[in-house]
Design a protein around this ligand. Sequence first.
Ligand SMILES: Cc1cc2nc3c(=O)[nH]c(=O)nc-3n(C[C@H](O)[C@H](O)[C@H](O)COP(=O)(O)OP(=O)(O)OC[C@H]3O[C@@H](n4cnc5c(N)ncnc54)[C@H](O)[C@@H]3O)c2cc1C
Length: 358
Amino acid sequence: MRVTVIGAGIVGAACAYACAQRGLHVTVVDRGGLVAGTTGSGEGNILVSDKEPGPELDLALRSNTLWREWEADLDRHIDGGIQLERKGGLIVTRTSRGMRALAETAGELVDERAVRDLEPLLAADILGGAFFRQDMQVQPARAAAAMLAGARELGATLRLRTEVRDLPADADAVINATGAWAAQFGIALPVEPRRGFILVTEPLPVLIRHKVYSAEYLENVASGDAGLQTSTVVEGTPGGPVLIGATRERVGFDSTPSREALRKLAAGAAALFPFLADVRIMRSYHGFRPYSADHLPIIGPDPATDRLWHAHGHEGAGIGLAPATGDLIADLLTGATPALDPAPFSPARFVVANGVGA
Ligand SMILES: Cc1cc2nc3c(=O)[nH]c(=O)nc-3n(C[C@H](O)[C@H](O)[C@H](O)COP(=O)(O)OP(=O)(O)OC[C@H]3O[C@@H](n4cnc5c(N)ncnc54)[C@H](O)[C@@H]3O)c2cc1C
């Protein structure tokens, strides 16, 4: 079977890698260079802690397993490896109400003392938190490049700086992995960009050991509000800089820097880790998360267009969810029994919801 993957971001790369592993003849096409889209802006968190029980958590758990399984092979394909760190995630709160809410999560509840054993430099008013051992971090650009290299080793072809306008006639299946730009192919799916800014500090020694975020991040992730939402997410990187996120707003593909968003990020980070107030910010960047209207990725065959498949709409979780997405697409294409139920991710759910058919 000849498969063309449109988009060489992390999701397209994972689809290509998983399909090539099953012996399919894969071509990956991207209008830009490597990680020209949102993948180049992702922080690289591989989270289970921010997912509610249901299909997205199932996909996250499957992905968590696949990241560990794929790691050794992917490390082989890029100097310095994909930098998969099993660091764990820590959600913190200042209020007893927040502690009660965290008690409802699957995390390990940590009190005021234990939270400081995990992160000694946290602000004095942090009351406690919930720790999630399974949360990991990866370097997204490295991971995508390694998946593409892995696919190429298995015979795949990569064509960069080539825009796709129509479905390639020579492919038996075409996978739309164009992220925030996915609405251009197939039925009208409710995918649109949700902008996010990140601040990057000067390189520091390891002062922050885990991914640390405030409890309101969970609300922001689940919300579909179009306005600016900010919650504090802080983490170190193997290279030294600390990454500070995360804002969310639906303003189309507007790339104008937002002072308000950057100021809120800096203030939130300093409130969580006071030492950050004296650290220099080296740069900021933004990206466009592929937002899907019901917060679930869109994975599966197009209900109306022959040969077309979709793999997008992962919003702020596409790095983490990429392996399970590629694996699911490859299983569906080859008629294998998937590791999880594909129905909740089917593009057809929007057709049914709109009463247009199916
Ligand atoms: C600030 C920020 C922080 C984030 N942090 C995290 C995180 O910590 N963890 C996490 O899991 N996720 C995170 N995300 C989300 C994650 O980055 C995305 O979900 C993921 O990168 C989407 O990958 P993708 O492959 O679907 O899309 P993309 O990486 O955007 O790839 C799509 C590709 O399609 C190409 N393309 C588009 N149209 C065409 C065409 N017509 N022809 C050819 N090529 C085309 C583009 O050039 C692009 O390369 C973050 C996002 C942002 C913005």
